[in-house]
Design a protein around this ligand. Sequence first.
Ligand SMILES: [Zn+2]
Length: 198
Amino acid sequence: MALTFDDGPGRSTNSLLDELDKSDTPATFFLIGRQVQKYPKTVQRMANAGHQLGNHTWDHSDLTTLSDKQIKQKVAWTSTAIEKITGDKPSVFRPPMGRHNPAIDKLIPLPLVLWDINTRDGRHHDPQQTMSIAMDNVQPGSIILMHDVHATTVKAVPELISRLKAQGYTPVTVDQLLDGKLQNSVAYSFAPHAGVQR
Ligand SMILES: [Zn+2]
């Protein structure tokens, strides 16, 4: 399964990275370009620690309200901002609020990664609920949506990781979960093959 964190980097991101370090757990971060510019050191730290970096647009706008040109720009600016810091362009994209459609997908020069479990962490701000929504719904191949910009989410992470591991789950990056078989302009929300023994 994959832990994914959206909308950062923010003020809580460094403490999340500390927690992930402690348990040697890889995660995938869907970054907002504007925030990348504010927290370049945090972005560099994510990349150095082996986390996967994804593009979450420049300013978190709802893509269904934008022109084709605006969509392409907000994605391209973000990829460039990340590349300037880490030397690598992000390999995946997540549309803000999960809002996309086939016409938008065609404009995105990256695979679109959605989720199958939304912890709604930004709504309830309750570490206990974040953890129980994740644990009640997780299955092999799951992609769990959380937000590293909330301190209450960071608080949920150590316990969540230890419970997942106790149940036999191995947290991996989205690329590892989907086995490198991702195609540009195609949307993924789950890895159906992940439970199959290989
Ligand atoms: Zn978001």
